[in-house]
Design a protein around this ligand. Structure first.
Ligand SMILES: Cc1ncc(C[n+]2csc(CCOP(=O)(O)OP(=O)(O)O)c2C)c(N)n1
Ligand SMILES: [Mg+2]
Length: 276
């Protein structure tokens, strides 16, 4: 388990390199979502390069598609494509590693980036699983700003109505969206009640605590007759005080000085984990 926690920090470093190399990227949300992705791909999901065409594989959709750099880092670590290749080619002209997920790449189930579409499509995947009597589970991650999209709530309504207990959604609750605080732009403070009213099992945990995320995914599996939403309370930019909780770091390329400090901070967090 300690290794996975450290891995989440190593993958953050890969993301920073990707963004510096590609001269752009949604850095803040990549940092906040990392433990969610590590928990899913390295502990929970039955999804690997070996079984990506298997009808029984678990499905994941990165609904907040702008956090593609974090997804690329995790998929590369999992062996779907080489890490060096994605770092050196990210967002470059003619590259296949473009700035939002596309399903021509191995391991990516659905194109995303236009917010609000992941959950409704995952509802369909989960319904198909039930109809086909398959055991696979369906996962998606949304941003908290993304919850302003009406289609999210149509998906929520259908997920509850059809009692899709094979569906688990995560909200990366970092309290910031593109232009500032979610509470200023479109308040999300009552979202637990909203999800519950649509018939969902609602869990709220520290989303940058890998143990807590894994436990939440385990709890979701035991809940029958309802889909689960995990409100993952995270820190946007998690990993360095240079980036943390700063709206300006939603999309940002670190300067050479910022880069040096961020890498130092990420190494310090890793060290602290190793001596915990
Ligand atoms: C439909 C749609 N509208 C606008 C955007 C532009 N956009 C990209 S990221 C973003 C903010 C998203 O904030 P949040 O969902 O909280 O993501 P996070 O904080 O995790 O980065 C917006 C508005 C988009 N991608 N799709
Ligand atoms: Mg957010």
């Amino acid at each position: 388990m300690e290794n996975l926690k450290v891995m989440a920090y190593d993958l953050r470093k890969d993301v920073i390199d990707m963004i510096v190399e590609g001269k752009g990227g949604h850095i803040g949300g990549d940092m906040s979502v990392m433990e969610t992705l590590v928990a899913l791909y390295f502990d929970q999901m039955n999804a690997s390069p070996e079984n990506m065409d298997d009808p029984d594989r678990d499905r994941f959709v990165m609904s907040k598609g702008h956090s593609v750099e974090a997804l690329y880092a995790v998929l590369a670590k999992k062996g779907f494509f080489p890490m060096e290749e994605v770092i050196s080619q990210f967002s470059k002209f003619g590259s296949k590693y473009i700035g939002h997920p596309n399903n021509k790449l191995p391991g990516i189930e659905m194109n995303s980036g236009s917010l609000g579409h992941g959950l409704p499509v995952c509802v369909g995947m989960a319904m198909a699983g039930k109809m086909d009597k398959k055991d696979y589970r369906v996962y998606t991650v949304m941003g908290d700003g993304e919850l302003a999209e009406g289609s999210v709530w149509e998906g929520a309504m259908a997920g509850g109505h059809y009692k899709l207990d094979n569906l688990c959604a995560v909200v990366d609750r970092n309290r910031l969206q593109i232009s500032g605080s979610t509470e200023d732009v479109m308040s999300q403070d009552v979202q637990e009640e909203r999800w519950a009213s649509f018939g969902w099992n609602v869990l709220s945990v520290d989303g940058n605590d890998l143990d807590a995320m894994i436990q939440a995914f385990e709890d979701a599996k035991t809940c029958k007759g309802k889909p689960t939403v995990i409100i993952a309370n995270t820190i946007k930019g998690c990993g360095s005080s240079v980036m943390e909780n700063k709206a300006a770091w939603h999309h940002h390329v670190p300067s050479p000085e910022e880069y040096a400090q961020i890498m130092k901070d990420l190494d310090a967090r890793k060290e602290a984990l190793l001596h915990e």
